[in-house]
Design a protein around this ligand. Structure first.
Ligand code: 8YV
Length: 321
């Protein structure tokens, strides 16, 4: 009889990760690389001890309550876990693990990519070159927002927020942050703490969103808060689209209140608010924050380490609940 734990893997993962899964587990891979809807996920889960899933699969309270009793762990291939109802998981006795740390650098790199691209109008420039509309060089052509020395406000100074700050120091930016609690001086490294995140927006030449998606941060960046930012500010989001109120951000980018935005994440992605597509001052990426070969391998191995520990009767390193 098959003694290895039975794991349902919902999405196509890096080859090295799938090889280790196939070696160490009775692994069921999704024959199609498409996200499971709730009904299909529940049906496919039967006969499995654990799930290895992505944020494309939603574990709502209803889904968690309907999971077959043999499913005891859900390991998500992500640091974010807003797609999982953690209270419901706890009540059901479903262990949930995530993949922190290993994607911090790639996500912070993507944040700087968006910050620079949005500020310096990289999308407009790239299109001009590619579409053979360069014509001639102009002393006042494609003028962007100067980055070096400006004030960067970081919403959420966790692992990723701090890695963004570290990179921004290389651009001599003045780092401000808001966080649930103030950091120690070693972690703060001279960054200026704001007790009130709304008040911080008043000084933000650049705002980088690096907090988790929670009830508290839902639609944090709304019309009122954007109005309190300096004219010509730039907004960057590599966290979750739900933290931004799309209509308000689009209105501010259209009116010129905000100079630019750089977005890797969207509410209801990939069905994004169509207003973004018409804005030249918006640099848009399809949620590639952690998308490097090294990082996706490491995320898979981290999820596997958590599964290994769980099934060996040890406490996984990355327990969410
Ligand atoms: C991934 C992410 O792109 O980790 C997260 O929370 O959003 C990203 O790293 C994706 O969710 C991978 O499954």
């Amino acid at each position: 009889a098959e003694a290895r734990p039975r794991i349902l893997i919902t999405r196509k993962l890096p080859a090295k990760v799938e090889a280790r899964l196939a070696r160490d587990y009775a692994a069921t891979f999704n024959p199609q690389d498409t996200a499971y809807d709730a009904e299909t996920l529940l049906r496919a889960s039967a006969g499995h001890d654990g799930l290895l899933l992505c944020p494309t699969e939603k574990l709502s309270a209803d889904v968690i309550q309907a999971l077959p009793p043999e499913v005891r762990i859900a390991a998500t291939f992500s640091v974010g876990h807003d797609h999982i109802d953690i209270d419901a998981a706890q009540a059901r006795g479903l262990t949930v693990t995530n993949t922190p740390d290993v994607l911090t650098d790639a996500t912070a790199d993507t944040t700087l990519l968006l910050l620079l691209a949005a500020a310096r109008r990289a999308y407009e420039g790239e299109r001009m070159v590619r579409e053979d509309r360069w014509g001639r060089w102009e002393p006042t052509g494609l003028l962007g927002v100067h980055v070096t020395g400006k004030r960067l406000a970081i919403l959420g100074m966790g692992r990723i927020g701090r890695a963004v700050a570290q990179r921004a120091r290389g651009f001599d930016m003045e780092i401000h942050y808001s966080n649930r609690s103030r950091l120690s001086p070693e972690l703060e490294r001279g960054a200026i703490f704001h007790e009130d995140p709304t008040e911080m927006l008043g000084i933000a030449d650049f705002l980088s969103i690096n907090c988790p998606s929670t009830e508290e941060t839902h639609h944090f960046l709304n019309a009122e808060r954007i109005a309190s930012m300096p004219d010509g500010a730039v907004v960057i989001n590599t966290a979750r689209g739900t933290i931004v109120h799309d209509d308000s951000l689009i209105a501010a980018l259209t009116s010129g209140k905000l100079a630019a935005a750089g977005l890797d994440v969207f509410e209801n992605e990939p069905a994004i608010h169509p207003g973004y597509r018409d804005l030249a001052n918006c640099f848009l990426l399809p949620h590639i924050g952690s998308a490097t070969t090294e990082t996706r391998d490491a995320m898979g191995f981290r999820a596997l380490d958590n599964l290994d520990a769980f099934f060996a009767g040890r406490r996984p390193a990355d327990i969410v609940t």
